[in-house]
Every structure is written in structure tokens, then in C-alpha cells.
Write a protein that binds this ligand. Structure first.
Ligand code: PEP
Ligand code: MG
Length: 889
């Protein structure tokens, strides 16, 4: 195998091997754009190193060969005393992990070559500044020295000189600083800063490999569901310098606004600075547009390159560039992260520009983004007290208590508080706090600062660079213009869509996207919201493309109507036990505890009209669309009085010598019916089989409701579903009784009700014998909640709160199997049962109604295994429609 690729050898398709950065550097090189020469060490080399603890044997020689070629091209040797070649060593994984991985710049500088660099650049200050940066970065990331020690030394040097910014330090000051830095390294790392440039490079490469398994990187991968075994590539790139004076600088740019999607000039530029200064948000940048005044030639060239890149990648790109004495260099590009709203707008804009087609547009958005757009926003009409405004870095409306450090953010959020993390600027150490917070507010840094980039990636509300806010993290407070002080614990509100910061809690209103789905806002209207317009079009693309139908889990008319507005094509699961909670619970309790036939009949008779009315309403709301009504499936205990409470009542009555006959009788019954594992007990079809008349009452209610709707000229399409079936015999018995009742109602009403009867597949045995079960079922609906519970042997009510965190931390699974379908286990049973069922009955209708029906990744799986529909809660329907469309691309 080949472990090292020159930039001229790769291309953008090789992200697995070269990482995102390396693949795109190669792509730009091959497009003829000005990229400083260099080479990429593959993720394969990293994987060998991570697996064995040693770099692959061939790596050293390959690096030597590529370095020699680079030196040849540049006409100078790495660290050459009089004219040194300097390189950067940067990580670059397949998926970008902003600020998570390590980078070392200026490799090749030493006590001797620093003189050479000074002579070559004609700038002694620059050379010493570069050298101190190398020792600082190398010390921190390669040798593990606490970075604050360097920062403190730098701060002291500035104080001693009575200056405030780094650039005011002169060569002599920096020279002294280098000596201090070397001492810090020696003391903290127990070794000298290496003077041999090749040793510097080799150690830096190894450090990048190691950084893959750093805590920050691991946490980020878990968050973003990036697999842990991909490894990172390492890019070795010849240095260009943005800190060679006012005709140099460095910046970042987007080909479109990553927040709105609008085309224009978006980015930040920092004169006389090196790359990391911008990303870290350490000094304040100027808007990119100002570069036109500073350096028109480079600006024009940059605009042309951005156009080339957008047309080539057919997408929003973000770019890092450096200008070295008037010469523009491209340091990085990639398809840029964007806000959810921008993703929808950009996708439709690109369709309109003819760059991509509808199907491609669907790949540019996803259900998680749509879900995010459905969050509420601040009420525009609310009375507010605005105290500042920063950059709208990541949209959303966040309200919470002010906290000023990551630790408190985590602690408070664990105890159920909503918090806003306020920092001057964030760095990778703040990641935990950012995850815990509702939103992030910083007083420094631009749209590309760490806070902004990471928050956008997480879909978290962020306002950054709110400069008029004085953040004092030491005293845990923030002073706002006018002198008011926000202390830790005070409630504030931040709007990531406008950048506004408010005191107190601002009320929130529904998102325009929800208003649109609800039919209260229309696409195509004169004043239509741009975002709504884009969502409307993308949803139409998805609906045209998808094969899966989307139904709702709903058990009342209100939810059903909402589901219908949101695009539901029927109800896939009406849980009738939900119709028996509240006032009616007592009726069910009486039914269950009935001692005599007469008592039982009595309660059934009372329940029947109530049930029938429920169904009439539901069928009316869903007129013309299928409604799957599931017969009662409660774990029994949910309908019985609490055993402890009841015992206490009985004991009290006894001690007070009060009459308690009824309580005692009830207690005895509850004892008799008490189960250790109610979830595996008398529920679902089992209940229907042991309580005579229960299921037939429900079937009668369904049939009579359907007949009533027919009489009212409606078009009811009811389907009767039997829960928790484990064997075809259970189903056959229920079916026989149900068919009898349906025939009676049909005869009485003189209509053919066309009711179909099917079952849930939610037990392993049902899945394994699906071929037999299909003999007695006209449809299957996979109950993946119970199926996950029983296949894994995980109690669905307990495990997520008990040991799942540990499982997630250990990487046993990346996400709870109750959230995203476990394809290998539960999923393979679903696939096999679907196949076996269809073998018995080719027109068997197949759906899923567990929580997974609204989960993006799971929707793709259900599409792949050939189900007919997914059913999910009303609010997730748009997401399911979109993902079903995406799955069909
Ligand atoms: C299921 O088990 O997946 C299901 C939909 O039924 P319930 O959640 O009501 O048990
Ligand atoms: Mg179930």
C-alpha cells in the first residue's frame, strides 16, 4: 500500500483515504488554484498506528521521498539554515471536526534557521514571532504542555512592554519570549524543544495521529455520530505567511451566507496574522468586503476562485486563505456547514441556477434540519429589554440562566436547569458546556469563530461577538451597556437568528415552518417567507420521489387533523388504551376486576357508546384515509390502583376501625392480578383472550362507527389491529370472534364495511413465524418499540435512564436502539418477517408504528426493506416525508 499522496495525486472523492482537507487540497491543486505544495499521509497509516502503536514500517521512507520532492519543488530544504522550508502539519479526518484536532505550524524553525528566515523575509520580528508560535503550538499539542503557561508568559511580556496586542511586541521581546518558552518546555515536558526539523515533523505527525483519540475528539464524534475507527489523515503543507506585514493577512470566506443562503461576499479577514488567529477568534476581524480596499488584486482573484469552486462543487464552499505579500494562497476548502434554514434555501437556489436537480436537492437537506426549523422562535410582539446585539451565528430562540463556565453549565443542566453559556470566546475545552447549554453567547469572534462553527454543527443557538457586553468569567458576571450587571443565574434570552440579546425570559412563538404546515401561512403568497417557500418546494420534491407512505400515530380527532395537515396519509396506530385514561379509567378498572358476568357486561355496555363516538370522530377526521385501530394493549397495572397506596388505605381504615370492605376486595383482586413484569404479562391479545367481550366490544364500536360514517356519506377506512401476537393461533381466535361481530353489524346496517384485520409484529416469535401469521393477517405493523425491548431484553421504561449512558460512553452503540433501529439485530428480524409474510400473502400490507417510524435513519432502513408505510407522531410527519423522499434518491 501507498501511505503518502502528493497534493497532485489525490482528488475530492478520496475523503476516506486522504480525509476531507487532504482530498480537497488535492482537488484545488488539480483545478489549477494556488495551493501551497505539500502531501497527505493517509488515514490507513493512522489506523495502522492506532491499532499497533507503531507507524507502518514503510511510512518513514515514503515521507522522506515526498519531502525530498517538496524540497526540490520549493528550492529549499526543511529547516535549511540560511533559507528554511517550513511546513505545517495538520490533521484532516473524513468528517470535519472543527477545533477538535491538532495542528502545528512553522515546523522547520530552530535556533539557527530562525536567523535564515529573518534574512530571507527581511523581517526579524516576523521570524522570531514564527518561532515562538512554533514552540508554543508544538509544546502544547505535541509535548502536552499546558497552553496557559505560554499564554501567561505572552501576557507578561505585553504587560512589561505596556502594550495590548501581540503585534506591538518587537523582535527583541519575541526573542526573549522564545527563551522563556523553551524553558517552559524543558521544565514541563522534561526535554528540550527539538532542534532537528525532521524530528519536529515526525513528532508532530505522531501527535496528530494520537489526537484522534483525544477526549475532545472522542466526545465530538459521539455527538456527531462519527465512527471511531476512521482515523485521521495528516497534511504536510509548505508554509505561506499572513503575518509578513500589512500586505499580508489571512481569512475565511463562504461562497454564500451560511446563515441565510444568500449569495454575496461573506467572510472575515485579518490583516497581518496567521491562520489560527481567525479561527480561534482571538483578534477581531474585518468583514471580507473590506479586503477590496486593502488589496484589490487578491480580492478579485479570490472572488473568481470562489465562483470556480461553487460551480465545481455545486454547493456552498467555505475557504481558508492567506495572502503573503500580495500573493493569494488557498489553504483549505470544503463544502461548508450551514444553518438548517440556509440548507433548504441553498438547495432550491442551486436548482434554480441549474446546478443541481430535484433529486440532488434532496440530498442537500435532511430531516434533522427540518426538525430544527420547526422549533419555536421569539415572539416579535413581546415586550423585550434588548441589551446587546452580536452576530447571528446559529439560529434558534434560547432562554436560560446565565452561566459563565462549562462546568457550571453541565452541573446545572444535569439538575434540570436551562442555561445559556456565556464566554468571552469558546475553545474546544468548552465543548461539554456547549452541549449542556440551550444556547451560547460570546463577546468576541466572528461567524467563523470556534463558538459559531461548533454551535452550527450541533444545531445549537449561538450569538457571538456581542462586543458591547463585558464578560467577566472570573467574577461570573456580564456588564451590559448602561451598567446593568447580569449575574450567574439571571435569566437571559438570545436570538441566534438576529443576534439579539435580551434580559429576562422572552416568550416564544411557533416557527413559520410549522405555521406553513398548519396551513396558516402559504407558500406562493406575496409576502411569503423565503424559508417557507424553500421548504414547500423541497417537500414537493420529496413527495414526488418517495415510495414509502407516511401515516400518523394519533388517537384523537385533534391530533388526526393536525397529522392530516402535516401530510399524513392515514393513521398507522390509534392506541385505544389512550381512550380509556382519565375519567374512563374507572370503567376499565371495573371491567378488569369484575367478578361476575353481569358486572362485566355492565361495564362493557357503558364503554361501547363512548368507544363508538371516539371512532366516529376519528374516522370523520381521517375521511377517505386508512385508520388502523389497535385493540386494547395496556400493561394491566396502568389501569389498576397502585398496590402500595391501596394497602396503606386498607391498613389505615383497619387501624381506625372504619369500614373498608370494598377496599379490601379491591386489594385482594389487585394482588391476584399483580405482575412482576407487567410488560411481559397480561397485555395485548392476551388480555383480549382472557377478558371475554372486551375485544368484541371494541370491534363492535369500530364497525358501528364505520357504519355510522357510511350512513353519513363518509368514507371510513378502518383497519383492526391485534397487538402483541406471538402465534397465529391467538390471532385466529380473535379473528373468528371479530368476523362474527363485523358480519352482524354489516347485516344490521346493510353495508359492506370492508374492514381488514391485521396484527402487530412486536415479539421475536411473531417475527420468526411471520409466514404462518400472515395466513390470518391482512397487514403487519411492526411495533419496533416492543420488538427492540424483547429482542435486546431491554426494559423500554428503565434502561435509558439507568445504564444507557454508560453504554453510549463505551461506544457499545452510538445511539439508543429505541431511537434509531438496530439494523443488524431488530432490523434483520423486521426484514426477514416482511419477506416471510409476503411469501405467504403477496399483497400483505407492511408498516411500522414504533417510535422508529419518525427517525430519519430508520426511515431509510424501512424504505430499503420494502415496507409500504411508516407511522409516527404528528409533529414528525414532515420529517418522515422528507426522509422517505431522500431514501428514494
Ligand atoms: C410498539 O411496541 O412499537 C408499539 C408501537 O406499541 P406500543 O408502543 O404502544 O407498545
Ligand atoms: Mg407495543
Amino acid at each position: 500500500v501507498k501511505f503518502v499522496y502528493d497534493f497532485t495525486e489525490g482528488n475530492k472523492e478520496l475523503k476516506d483515504l486522504l480525509g476531507g482537507k487532504g482530498a480537497n487540497l488535492a482537488e484545488m491543486t488539480n483545478l489549477g488554484l494556488p495551493v501551497p505544495p505539500g502531501f497527505t499521509i493517509t488515514t490507513e497509516a493512522c489506523k495502522v498506528y492506532l491499532d499497533s502503536g507503531e507507524e507502518p514500517a514503510a511510512l518513514r521512507d515514503e515521507v522522506s521521498a515526498h519531502l525530498a520532492a517538496l524540497e526540490e519543488k520549493m528550492g529549499k530544504r526543511l529547516g535549511q539554515a540560511d533559507n528554511p522550508l517550513l511546513v505545517s502539519v495538520r490533521s484532516g479526518a473524513k468528517f470535519s471536526m472543527p477545533g477538535m484536532m491538532d495542528t502545528v505550524l512553522n515546523i522547520g524553525l530552530s535556533d539557527t534557521s530562525v536567523q535564515g528566515l529573518a534574512a530571507q523575509a527581511g523581517d526579524e520580528r516576523f521570524a522570531w514571532d514564527s518561532y515562538r508560535r512554533l514552540i508554543q503550538m508544538f509544546g502544547k499539542t505535541v509535548l502536552g504542555v499546558d497552553g496557559d503557561l505560554f499564554e501567561e508568559a505572552l501576557e507578561k511580556a505585553k504587560q512589561a512592554k505596556k502594550v495590548t496586542v501581540d503585534t506591538e511586541l518587537e523582535a527583541a521581546d519575541l526573542k526573549k519570549l522564545v527563551t522563556t518558552f523553551k524553558k517552559i518546555v524543558k521544565k514541563e515536558a522534561g526535554r528540550d524543544f527539538p532542534q532537528d526539523p525532521r524530528e519536529q515533523m515526525d513528532l508532530a505527525i505522531k501527535a496528530v495521529f494520537d489526537s484522534w483519540n483525544g477526549e475532545r475528539a472522542k466526545l465530538y464524534r459521539r455527538q456527531e455520530r462519527i465512527p471511531h475507527d476512521l482515523g485521521t489523515a495528516v497534511n504536510v503543507c509548505s508554509m505561506v505567511f499572513g503575518n509578513l506585514g500589512p500586505d499580508s493577512g489571512t481569512g475565511v470566506a463562504f461562497t454564500r451566507d451560511p446563515a441565510s443562503g444568500h449569495q454575496g461576499v461573506y467572510g472575515d479577514y485579518l490583516q497581518n496574522a496567521q491562520g489560527e488567529d481567525v479561527v480561534a477568534g482571538i483578534r477581531n476581524t474585518v468583514p471580507l468586503a473590506e479586503l477590496e480596499q486593502i488589496d484589490k488584486k487578491s480580492y478579485d482573484q479570490l472572488m473568481r476562485i470562489m465562483e470556480t469552486l461553487e460551480n465545481h462543487y455545486k454547493d456552498l464552499c467555505d475557504i481558508e486563505f492567506t495572502i503573503e505579500r500580495g500573493q493569494l494562497w488557498m489553504l483549505q476548502t470544503r463544502v461548508g456547514k450551514r444553518t438548517a434554514g440556509a440548507a433548504f434555501r441553498i438547495a432550491t437556489q442551486l436548482v434554480d441556477q441549474g446546478l443541481i436537480d430535484e433529486a440532488e436537492a434532496l440530498t442537500r437537506v435532511n430531516g434533522a434540519q427540518l426538525a430544527q426549523l420547526m422549533f419555536p422562535r421569539f415572539d416579535e410582539n413581546a415586550k423585550v429589554e434588548q441589551v446587546g446585539r452580536g452576530i447571528a451565528a446559529s439560529p434558534g430562540a434560547a432562554v436560560g440562566k446565565a452561566v459563565f463556565d462549562s462546568y457550571t453549565a453541565v452541573k446545572w443542566s444535569r439538575s434540570g436547569e436551562k442555561v445559556i453559556l456565556i464566554r468571552r470566546e469558546t475553545n474546544p475545552d468548552d465543548l461539554d458546556g456547549m452541549i449542556a447549554a440551550e444556547g451560547i453567547l460570546t463577546s468576541r469572534g466572528g461567524k467563523t469563530s470556534h463558538a459559531a462553527v461548533v454551535a452550527r454543527g450541533m444545531g445549537k443557538t449561538c450569538v457571538c461577538g456581542a462586543e458591547e457586553l463585558e464578560v467577566d468569567t472570573k467574577r461570573r458576571r456580564m456588564t451590559v451597556p448602561g451598567g446593568h450587571v447580569v449575574e450567574e443565574g439571571d435569566v437571559i434570552s438570545i436570538d441566534g437568528s438576529t443576534g439579539k440579546v435580551y434580559l429576562g425570559e422572552v416568550p416564544v412563538v411557533p416557527s413559520p415552518v410549522v405555521e406553513y404546515f398548519e396551513g396558516r401561512m402559504h407558500a406562493g403568497a406575496e409576502d411569503a417567507d423565503e424559508l417557507v417557500e424553500a421548504v414547500h418546494r423541497i417537500m414537493a420534491f420529496a413527495d414526488r420521489k418517495r415510495r414509502l407512505r407516511v401515516r400518523a400515530n394519533a388517537d384523537n380527532a385533534e391530533d388526526a387533523l393536525r397529522a392530516r395537515r402535516f401530510g399524513a396519509q392515514g393513521i398507522g396506530l390509534c392506541r385505544t388504551e389512550h381512550m380509556f385514561l382519565g375519567d374512563r379509567r374507572e370503567l376499565v378498572e371495573r371491567l378488569i376486576l369484575a367478578d361476575t358476568e353481569a358486572e362485566r357486561e355492565e361495564s362493557l355496555k357503558e364503554l361501547l357508546p363512548l368507544q363508538k363516538q371516539d371512532f366516529v370522530e376519528l374516522f370523520e377526521a381521517m375521511d377517505g384515509l386508512p385508520v388502523t385501530v389497535r385493540l386494547l394493549d395496556p400493561p394491566l397495572h396502568e389501569f389498576l390502583p397502585d398496590i402500595t397506596e391501596l394497602s396503606v388505605r386498607v391498613a389505615l381504615a383497619e387501624s381506625r376501625q372504619e369500614p373498608h370492605e370494598n377496599e379490601l376486595r379491591l386489594l385482594q383482586a389487585v394482588h391476584r392480578l399483580h405482575e412482576q413484569n407487567p410488560m411481559l404479562g397480561l397485555r395485548g391479545v392476551r388480555l383480549g383472550l382472557v377478558i371475554p367481550g372486551l375485544f368484541t366490544m371494541q370491534v363492535r364500536a369500530i364497525a358501528e362507527a364505520a357504519a355510522a360514517r357510511r350512513a353519513a356519506k363518509g368514507d371510513p377506512r378502518a383497519e383492526i389491529m391485534i397487538p402483541l401476537v406471538g402465534t397465529v393461533q391467538e390471532l385466529e381466535i380473535v379473528r373468528e370472534e371479530a368476523d362474527k361481530v363485523i358480519a352482524e353489524v354489516e347485516a344490521a346496517s346493510g353495508t359492506n364495511l370492508k374492514l381488514s384485520i391485521g396484527t402487530m409484529i412486536e415479539l421475536p416469535r411473531a417475527a420468526l413465524t411471520a409466514g404462518q401469521i400472515a395466513e390470518a393477517a391482512e397487514f403487519f405493523s411492526f411495533g419496533t418499540n416492543d420488538l427492540t425491548q424483547t429482542v435486546w431484553g431491554f426494559s423500554r421504561d428503565d434502561v435509558e435512564a439507568s445504564f444507557f449512558t454508560a453504554y453510549l460512553e463505551k461506544g457499545i452503540f452510538g445511539v439508543s436502539p429505541f431511537e434509531t433501529i438496530d439494523k443488524d439485530g431488530v432490523g434483520s428480524l423486521v426484514a426477514a418477517a416482511a419477506k416471510a409474510g409476503r411469501a405467504t400473502r403477496p399483497d400483505l400490507k407492511l408498516g411500522v408504528c414504533g417510535e422508529h417510524g419518525g427517525d430519519p435513519e430508520s426511515v431509510h432502513f424501512f424504505h430499503e426493506v420494502g415496507l409500504d408505510y411508516v407511522s409516527c407522531s404528528p409533529f414528525r410527519i414532515p420529517v418522515a416525508r422528507l426522509e422517505a423522499g431522500r431514501a428514494a434518491v
